[in-house]
Design a protein around this ligand. Structure first.
Ligand code: DGL
Length: 294
């Protein structure tokens, strides 16, 4: 006699890990928590080493491994790579290295491609960091879904620092956005392929010379994640919407910037720093400052 399958296996309680090079990934976390409010999450922002987008491949892989290892060590079983740069160049590597029956690593590039293919009339523009665009991963994923769709990619290294600085609404942002938009041809859909760009969405809409669908992939990423959890019920968790936030770098600056991306105040930030090639918690929970001598 075959054993009857359990329709609703007992839920474990493990948080979902989400990481980014800095605070931009909160734009993805915000959507995840909107769709799945019971989800317990640990967010890691590697702000001490941001931006990742202009770094060499080996460094991005190394930093990404450190982030994933810390989140698994903190009890996560699923890690969502919110950072488009990491997702574009390192997702396969991270999945090969860490994913097994109990642990998964998911990215944002495939959902972004699915979202764009679903709405485009034939020509998608993709804007992201230098490393993301150089990988052509987004274009590759679009071609797998629909080879007839054209993709034009533009690297915009100035935009993430501009948003970090809180300048997403002024004249400087307008000029930068106009200059980058001018590099695209007759696109009908523009994908914001960097976690910082949702804060520039209105600026892109305003600066577009012809009707343009400007897509922040985060809501679609969250919807795909919810569908994935439905299918992989062994990874569902009995949470209560708890959030822990870890960052390398300046915790006070980080804390001040979080609401711009998350839409709410963060809990107290826990500080981590690289120590012998691994991210580890700092003993007093904050970054040392001032002059010191070893
Ligand atoms: N978080 C990065 C991304 O989504 C942008 C900032 C960076 O360069 O680190 O690609």
């Amino acid at each position: 006699m075959t054993k009857p399958s359990t329709p609703n296996p007992p839920l474990s309680s493990s948080p979902v890990g989400v990481f980014d090079s800095g605070y931009g990934g909160f734009s993805v976390l915000r959507e995840l928590r909107r769709v799945l409010p019971q989800l317990d999450c640990i967010y890691l922002g590697d702000s001490a080493r941001a931006p990742y987008g202009g770094r060499d491949l080996g460094t991005v892989l190394d930093f990404a491994e450190q982030c994933v290892e810390l989140l698994f060590a903190e009890g996560c079983r699923v890690v969502v790579v919110a950072c488009h740069t990491v997702s574009s160049v390192a997702l396969r590597h991270l999945q090969k290295k860490y994913a097994d029956a109990n642990r998964r690593v998911l990215g944002v590039t495939i959902p972004a491609a699915e979202n764009a293919v679903a709405v485009t009339r034939g020509h998608i523009g993709f804007i992201g960091t230098t490393r993301t665009v150089a990988s052509h991963t987004f274009r590759t994923e679009v071609r797998k879904l629909d080879p007839s769709v054209r993709v034009s990619e533009v690297a915009a290294p100035l935009l993430a620092p501009l948003v970090e600085e809180g300048w997403e609404q002024g004249e400087i942002a307008r000029l930068a956005v106009e200059k980058y938009l001018a590099q695209f041809g007759d696109i009908d859909t523009l994908v914001l392929g960097c976690t910082h760009y949702p804060l520039l969405r209105e600026m892109f809409v305003r600066c577009a010379s012809s009707p343009l669908t400007v897509l922040d992939p985060a809501p679609f990423v969250a919807a795909r994640f919810a569908a994935w959890l439905e299918k992989h019920r062994e990874f569902r968790s009995a949470g209560s919407g708890k959030l822990r936030v870890l960052c390398s770098g300046d915790t006070a600056r980080f804390s001040k910037n979080v609401p711009r991306f998350l839409g709410s105040e963060p809990p107290e930030i826990e500080h981590v720093a690289e120590h012998h090639g691994r991210l580890a918690f700092t003993p007093d929970g904050s970054e040392p400052s001032g002059q010191f001598v070893r």
